[in-house]
Design a protein around this ligand. Structure first.
Ligand code: VAL
Length: 389
């Protein structure tokens, strides 16, 4: 049937559709922050909120994007997949952000990132270190160096401290994507270094009692224990290992890279070796500024999760500045800008608190330097990461 009304109707439909997509970019420019502000993962997320806020304040004080300020829009992801998906959907469809820094956990990224990827909204993972994150899609990149780049450094440092290490025990959270990814690298590196992996023990990130695993480890008489988990579980595991008599070295993974877990293992955190993607002493001008501002406000050195979240916001702003030179951001169509922003951020070079960085073709961070620190506890709650040479 070729009724004239049919053409009118389809024209109306077409114009509604194109009106829908002709959304302009809001001013101030909204950037989404989807991190774990609640749940156990908030031990990392709270540091990320601080880092992102510092970036917002600092970058806006220096003119934002060609005179237009940015505005961070926070959506709490909590610690699970559903929370991350919900936060991403809100940021994409309700808050109309230009891009998203988040989520906190790799476990969440594997569920939420595909949603942003399909909507063509650029995502910068601020702390997702599992293998395969940037490969989720063309719109997914990260400023958090992967387990492959970080984890081996901690083992090499443990051998430097005690060259006699031969027998090791490995423990990991089997319900967490990052932990299973990281333990794979730890186990491979241990073999490459000619260490004997005497036992591999599994646990859950929700576990509180590790008696079974600790008993198995103690039975093997190992010189080194290697743990991949999140903060709460790993902190309790370390505490129980020490309470039940383990005396050797402990290497913790990225989930132990937060002073928020000091109150969990208390004095037993002392001596744990953790590799780092950030050092407060990193000599770049960008880091000196960031570290100074952080210290002035929080009276301690900035942690890795804060530095990475700051970097995520900065990368978006630096890339937006380049696009703003071509056409003022307020004049862009939102969907066009999101696509252009993703392209631009991947080809840029950035001077950040993590040092000079860029991205590879997949969107994985190309970063110059990594570090290893050892926890030094002052009392049962407070301590520091002491950077090792
Ligand atoms: N890096 C981990 C992850 O990718 C945690 C510690 C944030 O899930």
């Amino acid at each position: 049937m070729n009724h004239p009304l049919k053409n009118t109707l389809s024209l109306m439909l077409l114009s509604t559709l194109s009106l829908g997509s002709a959304q302009k970019v809001a001013s101030p420019i909204p950037i989404g922050i989807a991190v774990a502000q609640t749940s156990n993962a908030s031990l990392f997320g709270q540091e990320q909120v601080i880092g992102a806020r510092l970036a917002e304040k600092f970058l806006n004080a220096r003119g934002g994007v060609g005179g237009t300020p940015i505005k961070l829009v926070f959506q709490d992801t909590s610690g699970d997949e559903a929370g991350a998906i919900n936060a991403f959907q809100n940021l994409i469809s309700k808050d109309n952000v230009v891009g998203i820094v988040g989520p906190t956990l790799s476990q969440q990224a594997f569920s939420a990132d595909p949603i942003a990827d399909r909507a063509k909204v650029p995502v910068l993972g601020p702390s997702n270190t599992a293998k395969g994150i940037p490969q989720i899609g063309a719109y997914i990149s990260r400023v958090s160096a992967p387990v492959t780049a970080i984890a081996p450094n901690a083992l090499k440092q443990a051998l430097k401290i005690n060259p006699k290490i031969k027998k090791v025990a490995v423990l990991y959270a089997q319900n967490d994507a990052f932990s299973t990814s990281e333990t794979g690298i730890f186990q491979q590196t241990a073999k490459d270094l000619d260490l004997n992996v005497a036992t591999v023990q599994k646990f859950q990130t929700t576990d509180n009692d590790f008696t079974t695993q600790v008993t198995a480890v103690l039975g093997e008489n190992v010189d080194l224990v290697i743990i991949s988990g999140l903060a709460n579980d790993s902190g309790n595991l370390i505490k129980q290992l020490r309470q039940l008599g383990y005396k050797g070295l402990i290497v913790g993974g990225n989930g132990l890279n937060s002073s928020s877990m000091f109150p969990i293992c208390g004095q037993y955190c002392d001596g744990v070796i953790v590799a780092q993607a950030y050092s407060p002493t990193q000599s770049s001008a960008a880091n000196q500024l960031f570290a100074r501002e952080y210290k002035a406000q929080y009276k301690k050195d900035p942690p890795q999760f804060a530095a990475q979240a700051y970097t995520g916001v900065q990368v978006f702003v630096d890339a937006l500045k380049v696009l703003d030179h071509k056409k003022k951001i307020a004049d862009w169509d939102l969907s066009d800008l999101r696509i252009a922003l993703n392209k631009q951020l991947l080809i840029g070079k950035y001077k950040t608190p993590l040092g000079d960085l860029s991205f590879d073709k997949d969107g994985d961070i190309v970063q110059q330097a990594f570090y290893v620190a050892q926890i030094k506890m002052k009392d049962t709650k407070n301590g520091t990461f002491v950077f090792l040479k």
